[in-house]
Design a protein around this ligand. Structure first.
Ligand SMILES: Nc1ncnc2c1ncn2[C@@H]1O[C@H](COP(=O)(O)OP(=O)(O)OP(=O)(O)O)[C@@H](O)[C@H]1O
Ligand SMILES: [Mg+2]
Length: 1049
């Protein structure tokens, strides 16, 4: 049955060995999508079809001698030919799939030659049930000339086909069959078989359209070749003419040579959007994705992408944007052999992505490096062989780009992918993202930029900024129905109508007067329509509100809800108890038995993770959460309820609304999705505006966020020597988003004036040296960065604090109290957390009193005398003006100090009466800031002594756990609770984890799914190989013979 494919191959592989090996080389050369397109149009095929047949002879006998192989092959034959219920279409697909992969492997096949057309057509005729017309067609003898070309095995094949077709000549019309033939040829031409006749909503690009085909498609090409050869072998026994026997022998030889060629070729580049077919298999294995959506295919085939132009693409939430980006990333890593930077908005998402892509890295031979929190090396290690995918937060991505520009390695970065591109418009993080992208655009002509988002409006501005093409599509795999609820009426959102919504139904739920009082917004009625069978999210305006809603719902839920997955819910409570060292949050303890929980930043990372996992597994069916969940990890729901159109006390923005409701109806999880926004009568008009208004525009934040925006940019432009004169800086600024929107954003001042003011300010602050001419804005005067300026941009220190930090470190040199790490900790306490801290003076005093005499001196040295704390605690008035930033900062230092001592977030949060989530957040901010201060000190010779001290402190803050857990917690996403479990089960080192057996891991670690186990092992393997590579590189560098040894030439 495999002859058709082989016949194609024979056509294409004629020629000397030399020619064949050249053909293989071409395989690599044409791996780009552009090249593939050229190939699939048949151009290449014709040039290759006249190769001579002479060296296609191979050792056919050796194959015949292999009994076990034959037995195997026989079995396959049986499957396809003997079984009455055989799904012939699937078999045909395999052959075509095979053919397709060979077409891409070889890049020489001429699928449009008449012979091949006939063979394919015949094959497809076999593949589908046929009607009378088909019979006429299939009974038509292939023309004599064609039969002459065919070996006897194919004659047998034709005979069998006729036999089969007589049994299947039923209902499918010629037209449909022709369509199939057409589509089979289509499949060959496209990098992935495409199925245009699928339902529009679920229109997909077919990886392997049939379930039978799925189960068999993992069989190797080798197996199919063997199968083909068995047919040939069988045909030998037939009574056929001498010429046919001869021809068969020739073909057999060809098969063997072809087989060898394929086997000897370890390179399998090309069949899947220029990528090895293994990628396709891995997508199925790791993600369960078998088919690409039509838009994904179209987007990947965009001319602009193939020309490596920058691209912005925008689709509704859950549209499947990530997969497209990931395929482009793999193309860059594997085909173009360049490093890639992927920028994601939050640490948790970075960790999730590192975990998810590590397994791809291990299978496909690239490194995945985490740049989040205090993780990541600057500049990144220059790898000898493997390419790196850096997955970074916005801030770390910026520092990474700076380090690459500084070391003149920015051209090694082939691609930058930005998820949630609309973040450009969001505060200081938006400014940092804009600065990063502007620097890449300006310094590297070869780095491609891809940005994606579900919520973009003023795309033209972004396109201008990124010099990018734009692709958009309204596709959403699962339809999302939007509703609002006012009183007891549900309205469907319909932005086309004047009022924005139309009547849908009345809520049908009987409330007692008690319940009406407790739940005036009918939340219980809304949730019980879906839970426990389906999942539901309730977005609440505040953290406290989340907890209240969760409690209130459970109070009135019927007892039956407890029975649903009871045991697993008990396990979850046990799990949380372990995390909390014996204590569980009382609210969660009450709500979890009903399958309900709250989710907000007051929880620790470990708690959040456990709750997320339980929700994803369906153990919990309702989460009351804050808006952060919408932008965080992927937690889908059948129904999303918005408790009120507010986030804290601010009215909801359209972008936020879209992101929140976008959690409903995620592909692969739900087959329907709906959102209900609860509205009070007073807000009706605002909500009407909200649903009918367009998404918010995305504006540059360089001016609004002055110290983290414009000033920070100007400093690093000069520091990195990207632009060192006013004129050059002006040129650069034209290529920013601010440059594009300047007239809109700064009506009073020209860009040149803004630059001049900014540069002068930096000179005044002692961060830059030089002059900007008063009159002549195009001054050619060269600016240089001072050591303090350099330390500031290299440490990513907010310009608002750099002078203060310098002064405090300098003062520390005169009298750093090193009896404990308290003083050092004060210097590493982040400035930006002090403004929203209000100390409890009794706790302040208590903590102060517990310090040693030397430690108490620290308070005095930094400017918080004991008398002040006592007076505050006793409620006395204080005449002297105190710097509240310093007072608050010391209070936070006390929290950190307790944390480092006790390594227990729970007890510390109790001690300071703060939420454990806040305490943990303080800890990770401090870890991050400590590493920034370390980089700051590294640039200033006078601070040499801090280097050793801060290196150690950063480590302590990063892994504020028992030392033995540190190696395990280095693995992306392994948090403290998991590390403890692993450690106790005997997995004590990175190597233990990297070499663990997932099956055993699942058995010995409680509440660990197989998928999670595999991800942990993959991440550990990745980290281990990254570390080993780094050491090998160091060795190589050490042993390198210098080229400039005096006296050698
Ligand atoms: N071709 C596909 N077939 C099946 N599932 C898919 C396919 N492509 C993506 N998915 C799945 O769809 C879900 C949503 O995809 P993804 O996270 O990429 O959406 P998104 O467009 O980035 O949405 P958002 O804007 O909300 O981030 C994921 O679970 C993903 O695995
Ligand atoms: Mg996404």
């Amino acid at each position: 049955m495999a002859e058709p494919g082989l016949a194609v191959r024979r056509r294409s592989c004629r020629g000397s060995v030399g020619k064949r090996s050249r053909a293989l080389a071409q395989t690599c050369a044409v791996c780009s999508p552009v090249a593939r397109k050229r190939l699939s149009s048949g151009d290449e095929g014709t040039t290759c079809s006249n190769d001579s047949e002479e060296d296609m002879f191979g050792d056919y006998d050796s194959f015949c001698g292999n009994d076990s192989l034959l037995a195997q092959v026989d079995e396959i034959e049986h499957k396809y030919l003997q079984d009455k219920n055989v799904d012939i279409k699937a078999a045909g697909d395999i052959i075509l799939g095979n053919l397709q992969s060979r077409v891409h492997q070889d890049k020489q096949d001429d699928i449009s030659t008449p012979e091949n057309m006939v063979v394919l057509k015949a094959d497809k005729e076999d593949d589908f049930q046929m009607n009378e017309n088909d019979l006429v067609d299939s009974n038509q003898e292939p023309s004599e000339s064609v039969l002459d070309e065919l070996p006897s095995s194919q004659l047998l094949y034709f005979e069998k086909m006729n036999e089969l077709s007589s049994g299947y000549r039923k209902s499918v019309g010629t037209e449909e069959r022709d369509k199939c033939i057409g589509s089979s040829l289509d499949k060959i031409r496209s990098p992935l078989s495409f199925c245009p006749e699928a339902e529009p909503r679920n229109r997909t690009v077919d990886v392997c359209s049939d379930s039978k085909c799925d189960s068999l498609k993992t069989e190797s090409l080798k197996d199919h070749l063997k199968s083909a050869m068995t047919v040939n072998a069988k045909a030998q026994t037939l009574q056929v003419s001498k010429t046919k026997q001869l021809k068969e022998a020739v073909l057999s030889e060809e098969i063997c040579v072809a087989k060898k060629t394929i086997e000897s070729s370890s390179v399998d580049i090309g069949p899947f959007y220029g990528l090895p077919s293994k990628v396709k298999d891995l997508l199925k294995q790791f993600r369960g994705i078998e088919t690409l959506y039509e838009w994904q295919h179209n987007c990947l085939m965009l001319e602009s992408l193939q020309q490596r132009k920058n691209l912005i693409y925008s689709l509704p939430t859950s549209g499947g944007k990530t997969l497209v980006a990931e395929i482009i990333i793999l193309q860059e890593l594997l085909c173009r052999q360049k490093n890639v930077l992927m920028i994601l908005p939050y640490v948790a998402i970075v960790q999730e992505k590192v975990r998810g892509l590590s397994s791809f890295g291990i299978e496909l031979g690239f490194l995945v490096e985490e740049y989040a929190g205090s993780k990541g090396r600057f500049p990144p290690i220059k790898r000898r062989i493997k390419k790196s995918l850096y997955i970074a937060t916005i801030e770390k991505g910026h520092a990474l780009v700076n380090s690459l520009i500084e070391t003149e390695r920015i051209d090694d970065l082939g691609l930058v992918v930005v998820d949630e591109l609309h973040m450009l418009g969001e505060g200081s993080r938006g400014a940092t993202l804009e600065i990063t992208l502007a620097k890449i655009l300006y310094t590297s002509k070869n780095t491609q930029i891809i940005g994606m988002s579900a919520t973009l409006n003023n795309v033209e501005d972004l396109q201008k900024f990124l010099q990018a093409e734009y692709y958009t599509n309204n596709f959403r795999p699962v339809e999302l129905k939007e509703y609002v609820k006012i009183r007891d009426t549900i309205y469907a959102v319909d932005s086309k109508t004047e009022k924005g919504f139309t009547f849908s139904r009345l809520l049908n739920f009987k409330y007692s007067s008690n319940l009406q009082k407790a739940d005036p917004d009918h939340i219980i009625a809304l949730v019980t329509e879906v839970i426990p069978k389906y999942s539901c999210l309730i977005f609440c305006p505040t953290k406290k509100n989340c907890e209240n809603v969760a409690s209130m719902v459970c109070k009135y839920l019927q007892k039956e809800f407890r029975a649903h997955r009871e045991k697993e819910k008990q396990d979850l409570i046990k799990d949380l108890k372990n995390i909390g060292n014996g204590s569980v949050c009382p609210v969660l303890k009450q709500t979890i038995p009903f399958g309900v929980a709250y989710h907000h930043s007051g929880l620790t990372n470990d708690e959040r993770k456990s709750i997320e996992e339980a929700y994803s597994a369906g153990i919990l069916c309702l989460l009351a959460c804050t808006a952060t969940l919408a932008a965080g990890v992927n937690l889908p729901a059948r129904r999303v309820i918005l408790r009120a159109p507010y986030v804290a006390s601010d009215f909801l923005k359209k972008n936020q609304y879209k992101q929140m409701i976008g959690r409903a109806g995620r592909a692969g999880i739900d087959d329907a999705g709906e959102s209900i926004l609860i509205v009070q009568e007073k807000d009706r008009h605002l909500v009407q505006d909200l649903v009918s208004s367009p998404l918010e525009n995305c504006y540059s934040n360089l001016l609004l966020e002055l110290t983290k925006g414009m000033q920070s940019l100007l400093l690093s432009l000069v520091g990195l020597k990207i632009a060192v004169t006013h004129e050059e800086v002006s040129n650069f600024m034209c290529s920013t988003l601010l440059g594009v929107q300047q007239q809109l954003l700064s009506k009073d001042k020209s860009l040149s004036e803004i630059i001049k003011d900014g540069l002068e300010n930096l000179i005044q602050k002692g961060l830059l040296r030089g002059r900007t001419s008063e009159k002549d804005h195009n001054s050619k005067c060269t600016l240089t960065v001072t050591p303090l300026g350099k330390a500031t941009y290299k440490g990513s220190i907010d310009l608002a604090y750099c002078n203060l930090l310098y002064r405090e470190l300098k003062k520390g040199l005169e009298g750093l109290i090193l009896e404990s790490n308290l003083h050092l900790l004060y210097l590493a306490t982040p400035y930006d957390m002090t403004s929203n801290c209000s100390p409890d003076w009794m706790i302040y005093l208590k903590q102060f009193n517990q310090l040693s005499a030397a430690e108490q001196k620290v308070a005095d040295v930094v400017g918080v005398p004991e008398s002040f704390i006592i007076k505050k605690a006793s409620g006395q008035a204080i005449r002297k003006n105190m710097d509240s930033a310093v007072v608050n900062r010391l209070y936070l230092t006390f929290v950190l100090y307790a944390l480092l001592k006790e390594t227990n977030v729970w007890s510390v949060s109790e001690k300071f009466n703060m939420s454990r989530g806040y305490v943990q957040n303080l800890l990770s901010s401090a870890a991050s800031f400590a590493s920034c201060v370390l980089h700051f000190c590294e640039e200033l010779e006078e601070f040499w002594v801090y280097k050793a001290l801060l290196t150690e402190l950063t480590k302590q803050l990063t892994y504020c756990v028992k030392t033995e857990l540190i190696p395990l917690m280095e693995v992306a996403g392994v948090l403290e609770a998991r590390a403890k479990q692993l450690y106790n089960a005997g997995y004590k080192t990175l190597a233990h984890l990297a070499n663990a057996n997932p099956e055993i891991l699942v058995k010995v670690i409680e509440h660990l799914s197989r998928r999670q186990a595999k991800q942990i092992i993959s991440s550990a393997k990745m980290l281990l190989s990254e570390k080993a590579e780094a050491l090998q590189e160091e060795v190589e560098e050490l042993l390198k013979v210098p080229t400039d040894i005096p006296g050698t030439y």
